[in-house]
Write a protein that binds this ligand. Structure first.
Ligand SMILES: NC(=O)c1ccc[n+]([C@@H]2O[C@H](COP(=O)([O-])OP(=O)(O)OC[C@H]3O[C@@H](n4cnc5c(N)ncnc54)[C@H](OP(=O)(O)O)[C@@H]3O)[C@@H](O)[C@H]2O)c1
Length: 265
């Protein structure tokens, strides 16, 4: 069983819930993100900005100096942006790619040499159902999560001979501060898109705020940590499992129309 676990994005939401649970079960937990959690914690914490390569290297080195053996890395940190693709600035687009994808790849690279030394170690990437089903007016977020899925599959195959298991967890709507932290487009109603952006964002925010508890995602992560041969992808929640399953059989055109009706009309 994996014992020393690094969790990015452990200051709130899914990462914090997971860090707390694992710590209560006796795992040695090391959290990292830009800010300390706002509550008292029973696990170690390192500050790191995943959009900054130097900050990642420094944090990883500090962790490795203190904990030479790492059994698992959970790439949970992430951010969201919403709005029309047409109105998304290059800076916003690059930022979400840096945080959600490049940051996880750099952080993983920093720990892979150590993870390789422990047979049965693992990397768990927190992706999203939005990586399977592209959500309009949240397209850059979907793009990063689709990339996270491809990254998971590739890394899994590359690390297989070394006994490092790589999986991705795909949560559906989860009630966390992700909704409040999402960078919203300043243009929500205009003569071109009219109120489609606003309606879409309101719907996704409402879905998230009525979404499942982050502990549900933690339970899935815990199962992956314990399983001898964890699966490549695990979707969280029955409703989202059905969506992802149906995606395999539905014609692309029909699926695209359903997502249009739900989030872009
Ligand atoms: N909530 C949902 O509905 C949902 C659904 C599917 C997937 N997810 C995924 O679940 C993961 C966790 O999200 P959450 O819902 O728990 O949201 P959250 O409460 O907003 O947590 C996001 C975490 O990411 C960290 N983070 C953000 N930018 C960072 C940066 N530049 N460098 C380092 N850390 C950074 C934040 O910490 P600091 O602010 O301290 O840096 C925080 O700990 C994300 O990858 C998200 O995409 C969420």
């Amino acid at each position: 069983m994996s014992r020393t676990v690094v969790i990015s994005g452990a200051s709130s939401g899914i990462g914090l819930a997971t860090a707390k649970k694992l710590s209560s079960l006796g795992y040695q937990v090391i959290g990292l993100s830009r800010q300390m959690p706002k509550e008292a914690i029973t696990f170690d914490y390192f500050l790191c900005d995943l959009a900054d390569e130097t900050s990642i290297q420094k944090a990883a080195q500090n962790i490795l100096d203190k904990y030479p053996t790492i059994d698992a890395l959970i790439n949970c940190a992430g951010m969201g942006i919403s709005g029309a693709i047409e109105y998304t600035t290059l800076r916003e687009a690059k930022r979400i790619i840096d945080v959600n994808i490049i940051g996880s790849y750099l952080l993983s690279n920093a720990f892979i040499p150590t993870l390789r030394k422990t047979k049965g170690s693992r990397i768990i990437n927190i992706s999203s159902v939005a990586g399977e089903l592209t959500v309009p007016f949240q397209t850059f977020y979907s793009m990063t999560k689709a990339a996270m899925n491809a990254y998971t599959e590739g890394l899994r195959m590359e690390l297989k001979p070394f006994g490092v298991h790589v999986s991705a967890v795909l949560p559906g709507d989860t009630k966390t501060s992700f909704t409040a932290n999402r960078q919203k487009s300043p243009i929500e109603v205009d003569p071109i898109y009219q109120d489609r952006i606003k309606r879409s964002i309101e719907r996704m925010e409402n879905d998230e705020q009525h979404g499942h508890d982050p502990q549900k995602v933690t339970a899935v992560i815990l199962k992956i940590l314990k399983r001898k041969n964890p699966p490549v992808f695990v979707t969280v929640g029955v409703k989202y499992k059905i969506f992802v399953f149906l995606k395999r059989f539905f014609p692309k055109r029909l699926l695209n129309w359903i997502m249009y009706i739900m989030y872009a009309k």
